[in-house]
Design a protein around this ligand. Structure first.
Ligand code: SF4
Length: 462
């Protein structure tokens, strides 16, 4: 090459193809760190070594209403305390809140806070349940060949190993069984019971089509290490079981356990490694709903699981006032990806007793899906689903056969689960246009609206 040709090589940086990135698009990397818990008076003198210890978190978790309200004294107004007190009296769930979770709530504005909204009910915000609500709206018990084992999909089963959790969420779909009885609900018993577990393993062994088992409850965080091992070994030993998922909300409410409960994390790791040796997949499924639930402590915990080669997937519930905007959901999805948690599903909120204020419309879900798709890689973009009431299972939110935005009735089918059946989802009445609200005000109209939707779905072109 001659010198004259070298002289035409352009100098300086290449021309920019894209404008510089808006710093706001990197907000997902700004995780809460430092000793953020000290701003709560009760934890002002708690050092990092205590706060990061799962035993301290468990010991100081608040499990009754007077204690919770006492911890909030001086932080919130008397009116707020009275409102929360009345809210708990009407709640279907028991109380359990970790200090970590309590310290992530913005107590300067507790009414609007998205974390408070999920765990501390306020009577003033409660809205009457939808008339079509059923306590076990997903009809899990109807598909139980053994108590605590739901076999709905051909190749997958849900094993409810126990009935306790590291936190109790207001919106729990399994409020029919999870936690202790409340003034509102007597629970279906799903305690740890070795005989029941054995019957479950026997059933799974007898059904060669079952390849995929979800171990849930309750919550796998509450299983002792030897129970993690016992379940893992029993299921890995069944030839046709190929995939297992331990389901826990723990990383969102007490990530400290992964960092300091060596026996539990090691037990999980051994099952994952044994699965790998047998060419079977064992993963962790978790449940973050708001970007603020992901802190530097979460990142350390997820880093530890990443180092051990443990895949973590997330299932979010779409909730009004928590994550029902494109901005919040986008931030959550990006933040999950940033800490190596795969955003797997966003659920349109089930019909659950006592939490109508948390539900939103199918239309909102569709708008959010449209808004977030393309914001990050497709494999890291959650699928938005409706868990079809009545036992249809998870349906892509866009796959409705018919959706009447005036009555809020949408119709789904589940050909691979129950061919020929139709399933109905109902938007919250208070978010419907006036005409829809007035039709729901008349009980004689209820069945008619459902039948209209059924007929429209049957007539819709396919
Ligand atoms: S952690 Fe899961 S099972 Fe437990 S109360 Fe919350 S939603 Fe229900």
């Amino acid at each position: 090459m001659s010198d004259s040709k070298l002289a035409v090589v352009p100098q300086g940086p290449p021309p920019a193809l894209k404008p510089p990135v808006d710093p706001a698009t990197l907000a997902h990397r700004a995780l809460a760190g430092g000793d953020f818990w000290r701003r709560i008076p009760t934890y002002a003198n708690v050092g990092a070594s205590e706060f990061l210890d799962h035993r301290w978190q468990a010991k100081h978790s608040i499990t009754n209403i007077p204690k919770l309200l006492a911890a909030l004294e001086g932080l919130v107004s008397e009116a707020f305390i009275a409102d929360a007190q009345r809210g708990f009296e009407r709640a279907p769930m028991s109380v359990r809140v970790s200090p970590y979770l309590l310290s992530l709530i913005d107590w300067a504005d507790p009414v609007a806070d998205p974390l408070r909204t999920q765990f501390v009910p306020l009577a003033s915000r409660l809205i009457p349940d939808h008339p079509r609500l059923d306590l076990d709206s997903l009809h899990e018990r109807a598909d139980m060949p053994v108590p605590g084992l739901t076999h709905r999909y051909v190749d997958k089963a849900l094993f409810l190993a126990l009935d306790t959790c590291p936190v109790y969420c207001r919106f729990c779909t399994r409020s029919y069984a999870v936690g202790i009885d409340t003034e509102e609900v007597s629970k279906f018993q799903l305690k740890v019971n070795v005989d029941r577990w054995q019957k479950t393993f026997d059933y799974i062994r007898s059904r060669p089509e079952l390849e995929d088992i979800v171990i849930s409850g309750g919550d796998a965080y509450q299983l002792r290490p030897e129970q993690i091992t016992q379940i893992g070994e029993a299921l890995l030993g069944i030839e046709h079981v190929r995939r297992m998922r331990y389901a826990t909300k723990g990383p969102a409410v007490m990530p400290q356990k992964i960092l300091t409960d060596d026996a539990w994390t090691d037990a999980l790791t051994r099952v994952v490694e044994e699965g790998r040796r047998r060419h079977k997949e064992v993963v962790l499924h978790t449940h973050f709903n708001h970007p603020r639930e992901i802190t530097e402590i979460t990142r350390s915990a997820m880093d530890k699981l990443c180092e051990r080669g443990i895949t973590v997937r997330n299932q979010t519930v779409l909730q009004r006032g928590v994550n029902d905007s494109v901005e919040t959901m986008m931030l959550l999805v990006r933040r999950l990806g940033y800490v190596n948690v795969h955003p797997y599903y966003v659920y349109v909120h089930d019909l659950v007793k006592g939490v109508e204020d948390l539900r939103t419309t199918l239309d909102t879900a569709l708008e959010i899906e449209k808004g977030i798709r393309g914001g990050t890689a497709g494999f890291n973009t959650p699928t938005v689903v409706v868990d079809a009431p009545g036992g249809g299972g998870k349906r892509d939110a866009h796959s409705y056969e018919h959706y009447d935005r005036m009555t809020g009735v949408s119709v789904f089918t589940a050909p691979a689960v129950h061919p020929g059946e139709r399933y109905f989802y109902f938007d919250p009445i208070h978010l419907l246009p006036p005409e829809g609200q007035s039709r729901w005000a008349d009980p004689a109209e209820h069945a008619r609206m459902v039948e209209e939707a059924r007929a429209a779905a049957a007539a819709a072109p396919h």
